[in-house]
Design a binder for this molecule. Structure first.
Ligand SMILES: Cc1cc2nc3c(=O)[nH]c(=O)nc-3n(C[C@H](O)[C@H](O)[C@H](O)COP(=O)(O)OP(=O)(O)OC[C@H]3O[C@@H](n4cnc5c(N)ncnc54)[C@H](O)[C@@H]3O)c2cc1C
Length: 410
């Protein structure tokens, strides 16, 4: 069993692997190419806005078991703002209608009987028909699996776009139901939304890095791994921008395009979808949960953050090449109406994550590899590996734990 493990990448998958390995008594060295840890889930100071912002809004649900276990391990659960109830406020921009989805906490979903808790214009039968999706294991898309009515427009489409970051016309319904199986289908107690109180890094990244360092593990920043050296059926070293490193075992937790470069012949997802986040420096009332879903607008989710408001548009390949100004101007009216703000468009920043996640399609799903490789001391981690979930924080954290288990068992 290796006593020292090198982890390539300090995103959530790499940090989760490092935490699990450290808990198992191994010494860990995390090697991260970027100047800061966090990968696709991080916060930074934006000089133009004069604000610390997240690269993109991330929403957690209480059913994300691995994520909460990771936060507990590094002592960071209390850095989240957890909503008092499973509440999802929405606005329909086509007619200004507002509602709040409010599943009851228990497993028996009596909330679907209450008009006040459902989206307007939806029926009990629509919700019950959803249960049929639980048994779907084929390559059907979301759009082909649910009738295109009010229920689809006001519930399924927003959930699918957010969970899969893929247009429902090509997004796999079984990946959406894998999320629902761990949240909505378990009852409202598994759907309570949580967001970082300050920022993504303060909740999900910095506490893990501090926890690792306190236990003698290293997190090296600004050092890119450029190749893996092997001898026979073992990885024996890493080449990096700062020179070579000898290794006992490696968890490769870089994004798929990097992993495929470092490990030639690796089959992995190579189609991606963008996410746009538009940050406006304006004060707004937070409301009961700190965000509002938008149907029928350009914005999809409006989050109220400390000192700013931040909009998410997922499955955004269709818009990613538009100018930043055109994007900001297109979403500002949605923010204005959703939060009841007055005045002209405030200072803004558009963050385009072009390869935010792999596209959750049948073709890409087939390309997701498991954690185990043909080399005993090399394991793979990342939201793009075969976690059974779409590319999410929960998937990334689970993948890191799985990679750690593979190496510990080697
Ligand atoms: C805008 C946006 C919004 C999102 N919203 C949500 C959400 O609401 N809920 C949710 O659950 N998920 C959300 N996600 C998805 C979530 O952020 C990702 O699934 C997760 O962060 C992926 O983590 P990872 O560790 O697999 O990959 P990454 O975060 O990509 O980590 C890989 C790391 O490897 C490093 N690296 C790359 N090459 C090298 C190299 N050669 N040597 C060393 N290091 C290297 C990178 O710099 C990076 O730090 C969102 C993603 C984005 C982009």
């Amino acid at each position: 069993m290796p006593s020292h493990v090198h982890v390539i990448g300090a995103g959530l998958a790499g940090l989760s692997a490092a935490v699990a390995l450290t808990q198992a008594g191994r010494t860990v060295t995390v090697v991260e190419a970027g100047p800061a840890p966090g990968g696709r889930c991080r916060s930074y100071f934006d000089r133009e806005l004069g604000l610390r912002i997240d690269n993109g809004n991330h929403l957690l649900l209480s059913g994300n078991r691995a994520t909460f276990a990771y936060l507990d391990a590094v002592g960071a659960r209390d850095t989240l703002d957890v909503a008092p109830e499973p509440l999802f406020p929405f606005i329909d921009r086509s007619n200004g209608l507002r509602w709040t989805l409010h599943p009851n906490r228990g497993r028996l979903p009596w909330w679907v009987l209450s008009r006040k808790r459902r989206a307007p214009g939806t029926h009990v039968a629509d919700h019950l028909a959803l249960l049929r999706l639980r048994r779907m294991h084929n390559d059907a898309t979301v759009a082909a699996s649910v009738p295109h009515d009010v229920f689809y427009r006001r519930l399924i489409e927003p959930l699918a776009v957010a969970a899969l970051n893929t247009p429902p016309e090509v997004g796999l319904v079984r990946l959406l139901t894998s999320v629902m199986r761990e949240t909505l289908f378990l009852g409202g107690a598994a759907c309570i939304p949580a967001v970082p109180h300050i920022g993504l890094s303060e909740s999900l990244i910095d506490p893990a890095v501090a926890w690792l360092r306190e236990r003698g593990s290293e997190v090296i920043l600004g050092r890119r791994v450029t190749s893996l050296r092997h001898s026979g059926n073992r990885i024996i070293g890493l080449d990096t921008t700062e020179g070579p490193m000898r290794v006992d075992a490696v968890a490769l937790a870089a994004p798929p395009w990097v992993a495929a470069d470092l490990w030639p012949g690796l089959r992995c997802p190579m189609e991606f979808q963008a996410i746009l986040n538009i940050h406006f420096r304006v004060h707004a009332e937070r409301g009961p949960v700190g965000f509002v879903g938008v149907v029928g607008g350009t914005a999809e989710w409006v989050f109220v953050k400390p000192g700013h408001v931040s909009v998410t548009i997922s499955a955004a390949n269709r818009m990613v090449d538009d100018s930043a100004e055109a994007i900001a101007k297109a979403v500002w009216p949605d923010v204005h109406a959703t939060l009841g703000l007055n005045g002209a468009m405030p200072p803004w920043r558009v963050v385009k994550e072009r390869r935010a996640t792999f596209a959750a399609t049948a073709e890409q799903e087939k390309l997701r590899p498991g954690a185990r490789t043909e080399v005993a001391n090399l394991a793979l981690a990342g939201d793009w590996t075969a976690t059974g979930l779409p590319a999410t924080i929960e998937g990334a954290i689970r993948s890191g734990r799985t990679a750690a288990e593979v190496l510990l068992a080697a």
